[in-house]
Design a protein around this ligand. Structure first.
Ligand SMILES: Nc1nc2c(c(=O)[nH]1)N[C@H]1C(S)=C(S)[C@@H](COP(=O)(O)O)O[C@H]1N2
Ligand SMILES: [Mo]
Length: 406
């Protein structure tokens, strides 16, 4: 079934109360207690001082935002196709747990299996046939701050620039292999992984472990249970010992520190597909409009406010990516959108990953606005304005980057 049809069907199931896991009633109770504004805020709790991220976060590579850290795009200049672990963004609802991989096990359970629960150790997973893929992980809120700075709109959630995205080489076992080994039944409807990080508490309500259901069709298609990142064992901040990698879907689908996977024979719901990760706001249904897929974006490998030497040639570099398919071409404007030139592709354009590009430019002295606009093979292109939604998801508009030459 196509993803949009699936989302619509599930929305009706949820509205009808045919929900299990997190019902519409739960949400109403929650919003009554916490107040709607509180319940809809994805803001990070005040845990920053406790060190929610394990790896070093040097200021030339990261901008720390509460429990999260975004990659500075300037730190990707001159870096190869994959984002090294030392600069890959981290999005933590709470904090990175340190899990002993020797005693860790994955429990697969639920009414969508033919038999009882099945447990896998890390060694068990590593003995199964592996796949290695270059895949983008991107937060649905990436670019959120531009709703405010570029469109003058108020949104809630972590105020990311464009650095809540990265492509890495993930190695692991297909989720389909594990589900079949666990005795997947033809009754299976949804597959939901839960994280072993601390429960997410917001507005004084404990929402439980971070989790989000996948339709069984997607779970059997291209999802990986990854245990390696860029050739190294998965590091703690990125989900060690094992995480999901869900190509083309929003980052929250790629659950880190997976401990349990429920396979259900009825639709499953969690706060992460009901109160978060829906479009709310004017023109959307009161219940919110669900979505699963990431959008299309471009970024220059520099930070806003970069300074160049007037009259000298500079090589502008950047990357573009789309969940709709491979990037076909990228246009760049150095004059605030008056004229556009085709950027030159650098290296491969990979489905579910990105396209690097470059363009030479000789700036005159003064202020300039740089813009990059990608088009994918299905004809999706970046609009001038992103569609407003109160939680600030899927900002896909062309970003205006101020720079100067002196
Ligand atoms: N268990 C768990 N999984 C999680 C999260 C989390 O907080 N806990 N954050 C999600 C979100 S919102 C994103 S965008 C990605 C980020 O992956 P990264 O931190 O490896 O970049 O992980 C997802 N998986
Ligand atoms: Mo995210």
């Amino acid at each position: 079934m196509d993803e949009v049809a699936y989302d619509k069907l599930r929305m009706r199931q949820w509205q009808d109360g045919r929900a299990y896991g997190f019902s519409r009633r739960d949400l109403l109770k929650l919003t009554a207690v916490a107040g709607l504004a509180g319940a809809l805020t994805e803001a990070a709790p005040a845990a920053a001082a406790a060190g929610p991220i394990v790896k070093p976060l040097p200021p030339d590579k990261f901008k720390v935002l509460g429990t999260n850290a975004e990659t500075l795009w300037s730190s990707l200049a001159g870096v190869g196709y994959h984002v090294p672990i030392d600069r890959f963004f981290v999005r933590n609802h709470t904090s990175t747990p340190l899990i002993d991989s020797a005693s860790w096990s994955l429990e697969v359970f639920g009414a969508g299996l033919r038999g009882g629960p099945v447990s896998f150790s890390l060694r068990d997973l590593q003995r199964l046939p592996s796949v290695t893929r270059s895949v983008t992980v991107e937060c649905a809120g990436n670019g959120r701050s531009y709703f405010t700075s570029q469109q003058g709109q108020t949104v809630s959630g972590t105020a990311w620039g464009l650095g809540a995205v990265g492509v890495a080489r993930w190695r692991g076992v297909r989720l389909s292999t594990v589900l079949r080994r666990a005795g997947l039944s033809s009754r299976a409807v949804d597959v939901q992984a839960s994280g072993l990080d601390p429960n997410y508490v917001t507005g004084d309500v404990d929402l439980g472990p971070v989790r989000r259901p996948l339709p069984v069709g997607k779970a059997l298609d291209d999802v990986i249970l990854a245990y390696e990142m860029n050739g190294s064992p998965l590091p703690p901040d990125h989900g060690a010992p094992v995480r999901l990698i869900v190509p083309s879907w929003i980052g929250i689908a790629s659950i880190k520190w997976v401990g349990r996977i429920e396979v259900s024979d009825v639709p499953l719901f969690s706060p992460w597909n009901t109160q978060f990760y829906r479009f709310f706001g004017p023109g959307f249904p009161a219940e919110g409009q669900p979505f699963d897929r990431q959008s299309i974006k471009s970024a220059f490998e520099l930070d806003p406010g970069a300074v160049f030497t007037a009259g000298s040639r500079v090589r502008l570099t950047g990357r573009s990516w789309s969940a709709g398919g491979r990037v076909k071409h990228v246009q760049v404007s150095t004059d605030g959108g008056v004229s556009w030139r085709h950027a030159q592709p650098v290296g491969p354009s990979v489905d579910n990953a990105w396209q690097r590009w470059q363009l030479d430019w000789r700036p005159t002295a003064g202020a300039h606005v740089l813009q990059a606009r990608a088009t994918d093979v299905r004809g999706n292109s970046q609009p001038a304005e992103a569609r407003f939604n109160t939680l600030g998801y899927l900002f896909d508009a062309v970003v205006k980057v101020p720079v100067t030459a002196v």
